[in-house]
Design a protein around this ligand. Structure first.
Ligand code: CMC
Length: 428
């Protein structure tokens, strides 16, 4: 009969150890008993970039990377993208279940009545240089919110926690839009709470002299769907940052600012910006074979391709590709789309990409949609950050209630010099 355990023999000592297997995993701490002698520290695992280490148990997002499956709280992303709204999905992520009508109305009302930020935020943003990247502005203003809400430190109080989750989801579009308006030198637009979450964001981005901004319904819905598709993605770089920083029990604004910093990098949420820059630099379809050659020679990466977890088509990329067609019908077809389609066509047939299981990821087509909708390239990661806040906060909320969690503190394998005495300057 099979037994849910693993027997390990240490060939240094000849001793055997039996460690339990739970949910296809062993506890790393069970290896610590494996020692050469009593003074030995015990065995550790070495896992740079955490490629095979589960740092938490989570009930929020499920990914099957081999089969291109992504579910939030069990609901397939395709169904949510088709039938739900971003705020409903945010509720689902944070609360665990889809809301009933009364819960949804209450949630939407709470979010849409917390969209304003303290007027000092406006003054604070004025201090940024005229060419400050909107993502730098966003990260800094999220961190600054911590100073406006000192009670956010009471993270053990679920009521307080809920209030700051609502506040942060509500204020993200305002901070994001203002970072854009500031970098363009445009006057700031205050929230319009009669509009939808996505519609209000578009209003704060686009509104000029008109009394009331009316978002195009297709573009409003497209943005809402993009928000759904970006809302959570389990333990990626920024979410792990949220959890690591949150494990120190700091307030959620400080932890979200750290997570947003992680998202900014070109290998993570900054990839959508990198994709557009790459497509612009390629310029025309006939240059695609040359670029593929450079990628295969290891001279560059194909941005928007590859994923640590997905070893098949990213299901978010499939949904985004469909959205792109709808948007281009309104905005006109982007000439960059042909370059993207050709890159994808060649890559999907080429042994280099097929062998390494490199497929388009969420960032490959999202930038083209943002571009068509008139967002400057520098705003793309900001557009990713707005909905991802819901995922970060859901994960943080789960972390705070998780009795298994303590302050995150990985180990190291020390490779530096052994103890030595200080050398006076004259002897160096
Ligand atoms: N273009 C060309 N080759 C690639 C690419 C790429 N985009 N991605 C991976 N490879 C190759 C890589 O050179 C390596 O080849 P070899 O085995 O010969 O050395 C192999 O594939 C494995 O790559 P890796 O870097 O070990 O894979 P990883 O899991 O550490 O990295 C990744 C994942 C997403 C950082 C990487 O695929 C990448 O840099 N992609 C481009 C940036 C990008 O699109 N990022 C967005 C990710 S999805 C959204 C998000 O997370 O925010």
């Amino acid at each position: 009969m099979s037994k849910e355990s693993l027997t390990i023999t240490d060939n240094r000592t000849g001793k055997s150890y039996e460690v339990p297997i739970e949910r296809e995993s062993i506890r790393a701490m069970d290896l610590r008993q494996i020692k050469v002698n009593d003074t030995d520290f015990g065995l550790m695992t070495y896992d740079p970039a955490f490629t095979n280490t589960a740092a938490c148990k989570s009930g929020i997002t499920y990914i099957d990377g081999a089969n291109g499956v992504l579910n939030y709280r069990g609901y397939p992303i395709e169904q949510l993208a088709e039938k739900s709204s971003f705020l409903e999905v945010a509720y689902l992520l944070v609360s665990g279940e889809l809301p009933n009508q009364a819960q949804r109305d209450d949630w939407v009302h709470s979010i849409m009545t917390h969209t304003f930020v303290h007027e000092n935020v406006n003054k604070f943003m004025d201090g940024f240089r005229y060419d400050a990247h909107p993502m730098s502005q966003l990260i800094s203003t999220i961190a600054a919110l911590s100073s406006f809400y000192p009670t956010a430190k009471n993270i053990q109080d679920p009521v307080e926690r809920r209030l700051h989750i609502v506040r942060m989801i509500a204020k993200m579009p305002t901070l994001a839009a203002w970072s854009y308006r500031h970098s363009m030198g445009f006057p700031l637009v205050y929230p319009d709470n009669d509009l939808s979450y996505a519609g209000n964001f578009l209003s704060m981005i686009k509104k000029m002299s008109e009394a009331k901004y009316k978002p195009h319904p297709v573009l409003e819905r497209t943005l809402d769907v993009l928000f759904i598709l970006h809302a959570d993605h389990e333990q990626n770089c920024s979410t792990s940052t949220m959890r690591a920083v949150g494990s120190s029990q700091v307030d959620p604004y400080s932890a979200v600012a750290a997570a947003a910093g992680a998202l900014y990098g070109p290998l993570h949420g900054g990839a959508n910006e990198a994709v557009l820059r790459m497509l612009r630099e390629i310029r025309s379809v006939d240059r695609v074979p040359e670029v593929i050659k450079q990628v295969k020679a290891g001279e560059r990466r194909l941005m928007g391709f590859g994923h640590r977890v997905y070893k098949s088509y990213d299901p978010r990329a499939t949904a985004i590709k469909k959205l792109a067609d709808q948007v281009f019908e309104i905005t006109g077809r982007s000439p960059l789309l042909d370059i993207a389609l050709e890159l994808e066509r060649i890559a999907l047939e080429d042994d280099y990409f097929v062998g390494r299981k490199l497929y388009p990821n969420v960032d490959f087509y999202s930038g083209l949609i943002y571009d068509a909708m008139g967002f400057p390239t520098a705003m793309f990661t900001v557009l990713f950050a707005i909905p991802r806040v819901a995922g970060w906060l859901a994960q943080w909320n789960e972390l705070v209630d998780d009795k298994d969690q303590r302050i995150a503190r990985p180990r190291q394998i020390f490779t530096g010099p052994a103890r030595r005495d200080y050398t006076p300057m004259l002897n160096r």
